[in-house]
Write a protein that binds this ligand. Structure first.
Ligand code: SF4
Ligand code: SF4
Length: 184
């Protein structure tokens, strides 16, 4: 199992979106709020001393060669991450419906079809809300806590497996993986 690595030639450029959308526990920074240390359009204002979780983070666009430039977070306003539990897309609340557009929605469905049989979850977080993308439906689970984790229960169905979404109020400390690793 390969950990996330930077795709040669890719970089953050002027994007700083993860500094808004991701939780940084060391700074008690919630998701959806700009970090007080960010220099907009430039990068981290405390780069040399930034917290471990910032050092360890590599978004899906930077670590997944198969993703086109349409997935550059500075443009699409979607930050991808993944771990053993599945793939999460953090959607900037300034563009709450971008995930419904091409090429994003079809890619989320494709990942869901690949991961669901293994119990892995294609999760969207849009502000405080979460949507689980299943192969045959999208389940809006409403307002959730950033620490909530989501799991799939698989039930036999007449025309194939059916999935039920289960929420647990705990964050899973899971291995970070490249997005592509989830669906191989
Ligand atoms: S979202 Fe990705 S590309 Fe944008 S600043 Fe964060 S790591 Fe870099
Ligand atoms: S400390 Fe730096 S890298 Fe981490 S969220 Fe803040 S601005 Fe971004």
């Amino acid at each position: 199992m390969k950990l996330a690595e930077l795709v040669p030639g890719r970089g953050c450029g002027t994007c700083t979106l993860c500094c808004k959308l991701m939780t940084v526990s060391e700074l008690e920074k919630p998701s959806g709020t700009w970090c007080s240390h960010v220099a907009q359009g430039k990068g981290c204002g405390i780069y040399e001393t930034r917290p471990h979780s910032c050092r360890a983070f590599l978004c899906g666009y930077l670590s997944t060669e198969a993703l086109s430039d349409a997935w550059y977070p500075g443009r699409c306003k979607i930050v991808l991450s993944s771990n053993e539990g599945g793939i999460t897309a953090q959607i900037d609340p300034s563009r709450p419906d971008v995930w419904r557009q091409a090429p994003y929605y079809e890619q989320f469905k494709s990942w869901s079809r690949a991961m669901s049989p293994n119990g892995r979850v294609m999760l969207l977080r849009v502000g405080a809300r979460a949507v689980v993308i299943l192969p045959d439906e999208d389940v809006d689970v409403g307002v959730v806590s950033p620490s909530d984790s989501f799991f799939l229960d698989m039930l036999p169905g007449a025309v194939g497996p059916q999935y039920r979404v289960r929420k647990e109020a705990k964050s899973a400390d899971l291995l970070r993986l490249p997005v592509a690793e989830q669906v191989e």
